[in-house]
Write a protein that binds this ligand. Sequence first.
Ligand SMILES: *[C@@H]1O[C@H](CO)[C@@H](O)[C@H](O)[C@H]1NC(C)=O
Ligand SMILES: *[C@@H]1O[C@H](CO)[C@@H](O)[C@H](O)[C@H]1NC(C)=O
Ligand SMILES: *[C@@H]1O[C@H](CO)[C@@H](O)[C@H](O)[C@H]1NC(C)=O
Ligand SMILES: *[C@@H]1O[C@H](CO)[C@@H](O)[C@H](O)[C@H]1NC(C)=O
Ligand SMILES: *[C@@H]1O[C@H](CO)[C@@H](O)[C@H](O)[C@H]1NC(C)=O
Ligand SMILES: *[C@@H]1O[C@H](CO)[C@@H](O)[C@H](O)[C@H]1NC(C)=O
Ligand SMILES: [Zn+2]
Length: 508
Amino acid sequence: MRSSLLPAATAVGLCAGLASASSKLFHGGTIIAYDSGSESIRVVRDGSLLVTDDRIAGIFDESPANGTLPSGTERIDVSGQIISPGFVDTHRHGWQTAYKTIGSNTTLGQYVGRYGEFASAAYWTAEDVYNSQLAGLYEALNAGVTTNLDHAHHTWSNATAYAGLNASIDSGARVFWAYTIHPLQTVDFSLSEQLANFRDIAESRIWEDSPTELAVAFDFWSQLDSETIEEIVSTIKAANVSALTAHSVSGPFGFVNVPSTVHSYGILNTSLPVVFSHGSFLPAVDAQLLRQTNQFISITPESEMHYGHTHEESFYLQDQAAIGVDTHFTFSTDILTQARFWLQHVRYRFFTEVAKRYEEPATSPMSVSQAFKLATRYGGLALRRPDLGVIEEGAKADLIVWNARESPALLGWNDPVAAVMLHASVGDILHVTVDGEFVKRDGKLTAENYQAVRQEFLKTAKRIQDIWRDTPYPVAEGPNFAGFEQVPTRQVDIQRGAGTGYGELFIE
Ligand SMILES: *[C@@H]1O[C@H](CO)[C@@H](O)[C@H](O)[C@H]1NC(C)=O
Ligand SMILES: *[C@@H]1O[C@H](CO)[C@@H](O)[C@H](O)[C@H]1NC(C)=O
Ligand SMILES: *[C@@H]1O[C@H](CO)[C@@H](O)[C@H](O)[C@H]1NC(C)=O
Ligand SMILES: *[C@@H]1O[C@H](CO)[C@@H](O)[C@H](O)[C@H]1NC(C)=O
Ligand SMILES: *[C@@H]1O[C@H](CO)[C@@H](O)[C@H](O)[C@H]1NC(C)=O
Ligand SMILES: *[C@@H]1O[C@H](CO)[C@@H](O)[C@H](O)[C@H]1NC(C)=O
Ligand SMILES: [Zn+2]
């Protein structure tokens, strides 16, 4: 067993060296820790976890003697509870929260034409972006999502760009806020103005005292001229951003952005992490290129099913994959649900390969610990942050305490990973920390102004939803922008005979 009591000298060193350090000891819980040396989960039962400032300072089999702890250590009794790392969401559009529930039946084309960055540009104020981003981040923190890579495509003006960044900083979440560079038609904000705004933000370093970091999103690797792309690439390189991301949805959807195109601009095989969201219709050579350059896709299981842009290739690229949520206004915001969807979908997929040959599957295709790692450790790896998504000495103290002692859903648990992956829900999350600070405690968000944030958000949601209710749906007929024909799907009718057909939406 690797875990042992912290040598007294180290603990004394902690006390002496960091006079103003703040420490917390979570004692008596079952810890889903990680051993990055062997890339395996390490369960410590009835152990304790010492957090000093923003980092995990020690993991112990038993509670360390009081004298060995930094002075003033706060003790938090988590006996009977489960401690896991916070989840990492590698693809999200946080600003869209205000569309909640009004996109329940959209296809991808309808999403782009109605709720996407271009359809929304002319209607959202900076205040709307701030309120919607902040409320969405609290929703994520409440669900134990402590890190997210936000493809922030609300960059329609200097003000809306800053609004989303400011909300990210103010939330206390760990947001890799990816400034989106995009050609806009409905608002007056040219690419060169965007680059000026981006440089301005990069120089401001206003996120520096928060867990938020600056990243970039760019989706036009195949659609803009190479001179423009080269200028964008050199701006990204000069800004020393923490990540780069792009939607990669090829096939009939036409958002090509494959790794080989990005590689041709000399920015794939560098120290910069590049995350390709979805990776739908990813050619085999591009999958290999991700392996060669150690870059990741973000599988967003629910969105790829909801909109139908699919993940047929992702089943075979799970060694270079992490999990994401995508457009949380249309469905679950939490990574736990996404990872669970994915686990069972992978099982379904590979069971079916056997069963449809009239043979009986004799083994299960995927384990709960693999799904758990995709949702935690692999998110950290996608961002090239080995200190995220793991509970290990030296890692960031981004933690979830699950109410395994009292939740009826978890009563009788034995395997803590199975308890989380297959039985727990967001409602069972008792505490959440980011950088060692409680963002949720005893089942409630700790943000003092949360009630005010809710009120402001509701005003934004009402204003936005009133506009969208009265906006006609785009007609999906003929070829799409990439030249592929748009055709209807089969629509199920759950009522036999003179049924009710497709059903209705209840938006007022
Ligand atoms: C440490 O001190 C706390 C009170 O601060 C006490 O409740 C606890 O029992 C002590 N633990 C040990 C191991 O001495
Ligand atoms: C969703 O429902 C609305 C209202 O019934 C309808 O106008 C729209 O076409 C539907 N979208 C799709 C993709 O079916
Ligand atoms: C964002 O925050 C900065 C201070 O860090 C402030 O100067 C600026 O006005 C804010 N902008 C918006 C749009 O909220
Ligand atoms: C946006 O910010 C850029 C960079 O600071 C500046 O040059 C430009 O004038 C600003 N635009 C507006 C409309 O304020
Ligand atoms: C770039 O950022 C990394 C970490 O964010 C930092 O360690 C490094 O010193 C930075 N490099 C430059 C040239 O600023
Ligand atoms: C990536 O860079 C390394 C050297 O840093 C080189 O050995 C490798 O061949 C490169 N791979 C690709 C696919 O360009
Ligand atoms: Zn997306």
